[in-house]
Design a protein around this ligand. Sequence first.
Ligand code: ADP
Ligand code: ADP
Length: 240
Amino acid sequence: TVILEASDLTKSYGDTHALAGVSLQVQAGEALAIMGASGSGKSTLLHVLAGILTPDSGRVELHRSAASGGDEPAVSIGELNDAERSKLRRETFGFVFQQGLLVPELTAVENAALPLMLSGVPRAEAEQRAAGWLAALGLSGLEQRRIGQLSGGQAQRVAVARAQVISPLVVFADEPTGALDSATSADVMDALIGSTTGRGRTLVVVTHDEGVAARCTRTVRVRDGRVVETRSKVAGMDYI
Ligand code: ADP
Ligand code: ADP
């Protein structure tokens, strides 16, 4: 069942058509890789899907019912005001970026607990839940390290923990392994996929790394702001 549905998205920066009419359905529980050359529009598409960036035209709908099994009506993300949209992002989506955007002055567990603290969860409980995620991601014993005292792969797993603590419906990742060597990249992707689709949640990952895409269940390719090709490893999962 479809959890995110994008229709006819366009987005231009001056004369640059970053998105030139993209329609895309994301299925609940899949790991979708968005590939394409640098400048093809991948990041713009991810940011629009996640409600970070507003398209010039077209719409993105979130179907919570696809994850909950309930009957909540679809939410059209573009029709929310700024406050509603940031609330939706904070409560529904997790984010992992290339450079983690972790706070260097804070420890691993404090970083991972941040989204919960921002949602008003008391510090002790937030850190306890964050520590649980760190353990699940193989980081037991490193909770009190500052980010600078971790390897690149460990720091990215802290970023994965931070994305997962709120139990998001969808995790968005933009080149999450872009700064890592290929062995570490594989470990981080396994942690990211295991903690997302391994728990029935949905992953959308922008990458130009074939090894990353190979770990996903489906790949779409973006060229000049259009989706030009899809490839699926799962029969019956090829749809755009
Ligand atoms: P990708 O993620 O595939 O590298 P992007 O979505 O970042 O592609 O960019 C698509 C196109 O839009 C590129 O030509 C890029 O230079 C342009 N672009 C992206 N963001 C901006 C911006 N804020 N201002 C101007 N041009 C932008
Ligand atoms: P990546 O493809 O790794 O995401 P980019 O360099 O394409 O990195 O874009 C990083 C961010 O910089 C984009 O999300 C966009 O907001 C901004 N950006 C990209 N291209 C331009 C540009 N030509 N002019 C201004 N800002 C840009």
